[in-house]
Ligand binder design. Structure first.
Ligand code: SF4
Length: 187
């Protein structure tokens, strides 16, 4: 029986070699995820962007810097969070990941990551990740800020940092949701 860090590292190695969907054909690096195996909180975004594809780490580009600042502002330590996305390889031209792509990647890798880390709270970043994980057609603006209970954990729905960075109303909502998260983590 291996421990959680080893199990997670094994998943990371397999993701880096994964060819289960077409996105492997155009990626430079798969981005499995990053953070402690015993994280209390997991962030799930949409897909790696150009910078993430270059270096193989999540949220390292402009939206990553924005996320770092917003987390610091809310008093949340990024290094305590495990961060990943519903697909691990960058869709060409930054298009949205397609249902067959996240429909392959989630059961192949994300479910195991959630099982190993077993976080108390999962933060869903953006409408694509929400649609992929909750299979609902709701508009993100109608569900963001909600904290739902499922599978024995809480799921906080918020904007994607790239959207929060661009639009002031999304930014205000995103910052409010991070304050909600800080409160949940402080319970
Ligand atoms: S997106 Fe996921 S399923 Fe598709 S090749 Fe990358 S790791 Fe594999």
């Amino acid at each position: 029986m291996t421990d959680a860090p080893e199990q997670l590292e094994r998943i990371h190695r397999r993701v880096r070699r994964c060819t289960k969907c077409r996105l492997h054909e155009t990626r430079q690096h798969a981005v499995p995820g990053e953070g402690p195996a015993d994280a209390r909180c997991m962030f799930i975004g949409e897909a790696p962007g150009a910078r993430e594809d270059e270096v193989g780490s999540p949220f390292v580009g402009l939206s990553g810097r924005f996320l770092d600042e917003a987390l610091a502002e809310a008093g949340i330590d990024r290094s305590a969070i495990y961060i990943t996305s519903v697909v691990k390889c960058r869709p060409p031209g930054n298009r949205n990941p397609r249902p067959d792509e996240f429909g392959t990647c989630i059961p192949a890798w994300l479910r195991a990551q959630i099982e190993i880390i077993n976080p108390e709270i999962i933060v869903i970043l953006g409408g694509v990740a929400f649609g992929a994980l909750f299979e609902e057609r709701a508009k993100l603006a109608d569900v963001r800020g909600q904290v739902r209970e499922r599978d024995g954990r809480r799921w906080l729905i918020t904007y994607h940092p790239a959207s929060a960075m661009r639009f002031p109303t999304s930014r205000a909502g995103f910052e409010q949701d991070l304050r909600t998260l800080a409160g949940l983590l402080g319970e």
